[in-house]
Design a protein around this ligand. Structure first.
Ligand code: PMP
Length: 407
């Protein structure tokens, strides 16, 4: 049994030792982006110091080493998601670009006037706007799965939304604003029975849950590296091979072609067909280091730690008068959203920042979800593998003082 030594873990994240407004930083904005361990920072420096070359085309040693390192991360992502082949892993900037890739390629090829796309009430704007744009262009219809007051999808309503015209269901695996874990396997099964395909937004789930795209049987899966202790600007799209083969490329340029003349061009093989231009090699290489880092700590250990933090924080905040937690799903990860009566989240956020506590305030890129709850926004504390109960105590004290001052 490995001991989860959170003090030792914290020392591996340099930013956690800095001060904000003269106070030790308490970073509780992990759902927006996570901090990076020293090994990830070292991997970035090592890549630029020792290798740095453009990939795939070169025959010199540096180009070969850069290509090998880049492609090793593709293999790591394949294992991380349990995809059946490395060809099904396409590097992107992150979740947003992955979803847009599908909307621009598969969407424009397959969605016609009158077709229907289903999303849910708790989607991030990046899983709403690309579909709105597509629906507008094609005259298709966007339908939305409603939720209950605890922030859980109403599955019976979902079943009723499905018709013969449903072509795509695109849902978030874990809500960034509520923490809800959605029953995506069931959602996928229902969609497939109706002949629709499914995209899963894994931006928040990849860092907390074990992902198995083969078991889920999803058609597309999108995620961002920066949410799981990796660098910004790198992520991936998983797509089933047959679907990817049937799709036109996303962008044109180098790398995605086999032959080019002034009359025509032919596509490269998967996955390169979807990777036009020089990719983000350095960040891709360091992403593998982030996977290795969390694997070494043990995902189950991390999960247990974060679940304890969530229970503890929920208890602490429930005990503070005036705080109302938004999102009480039975299945949730370590995200805690709340509102305080007569207090604007932004004012709360500023007072907490004065105490060195970083939380997120606002609509969390989920305005329609805020509308559903009849609120302009929430304050959100989200916990990662390096957070502690002492930090949650500080949050609770900070909140009590702020509420006294503001109400
Ligand atoms: N979906 C969800 C659920 C998210 O939390 C985020 C990031 N806040 C995104 C999509 C978009 O991810 P990115 O900004 O990394 O592309």
């Amino acid at each position: 049994q490995q001991i989860y030594d959170v003090a030792a873990i914290r020392r591996q994240f340099p930013v956690l030792s800095r001060e904000v407004k003269g106070k030790r930083l308490i970073y509780l904005d992990n759902a927006a982006t996570s901090q990076k361990p020293q090994v990830v920072l070292d991997a970035l420096t090592r890549y630029y110091t020792d290798i740095n070359a453009n990939i795939h085309r070169g025959i010199h040693t540096l180009a070969e080493e850069a290509t090998a390192a880049f492609e090793l991360t593709r293999d790591a992502i394949q294992r991380f998601l349990n995809a059946s082949s490395r060809e099904e892993i396409i590097f992107t900037k992150g979740t947003t670009e992955s979803i847009n890739l599908v909307a621009y390629t598969w969407g424009r090829q397959n969605i016609k006037a009158g077709d229907e796309i289903i999303i849910s009430t708790m989607e991030h704007h990046s899983n709403i706007v690309p579909w709105l744009m597509l629906c507008e262009e094609k005259g298709a219809v966007l339908k939305v799965i409603p939720i209950n007051d605890d922030g859980e999808l109403l599955m019976d309503e979902y079943k009723k939304l499905i018709t013969k015209r449903t072509k795509l269901v695109s849902v978030v695996h874990v809500s960034n604003a509520l923490g809800t874990i959605n029953p995506v396997k069931e959602i996928i099964k229902i969609a497939h029975e109706a002949g629709a395909i499914v995209l899963v937004d894994g931006a928040q789930s990849t860092v907390h849950l074990d992902i198995d795209v083969t078991d889920l049987d999803c058609d597309f899966f999108a995620f961002s590296g920066h949410k799981l202790y990796g660098p910004t600007g790198i992520g991936a799209l998983y797509g089933k091979r047959d679907l990817l083969l049937s799709m036109h490329p996303f962008q044109g340029g180098g790398e995605m072609i086999k032959e080019v003349s002034f009359q025509s061009f032919s596509y490269n093989d998967l996955p390169y067909k979807f990777e036009a231009g020089t990719p983000n090699v350095a960040d891709a290489v360091a992403l593998k280091t982030a996977f290795d880092y969390t694997e070494a700590l043990g995902k189950e250990n991390i999960r247990q730690h974060e679940n304890e933090l969530l229970s503890y924080a929920t208890e602490q905040l429930d005990a503070i008068e005036g705080i109302r937690i938004i999102g009480r799903a039975k299945e949730k990860i370590s995200v805690l959203s709340f509102v305080v009566e007569n207090v604007h989240p932004q004012d709360l956020g500023i007072l907490l920042d004065n105490r060195g506590i970083a939380v997120r305030t606002g609509h969390h890129c989920a305005q329609p979800l805020m509308d559903r709850f009849g609120i302009p926004g929430t304050t959100r504390a989200s916990f990662a593998l390096y957070n502690t109960k002492e930090e949650i105590d500080e949050l609770a004290i900070g909140l009590q003082k702020a509420i006294k001052l503001l109400s």
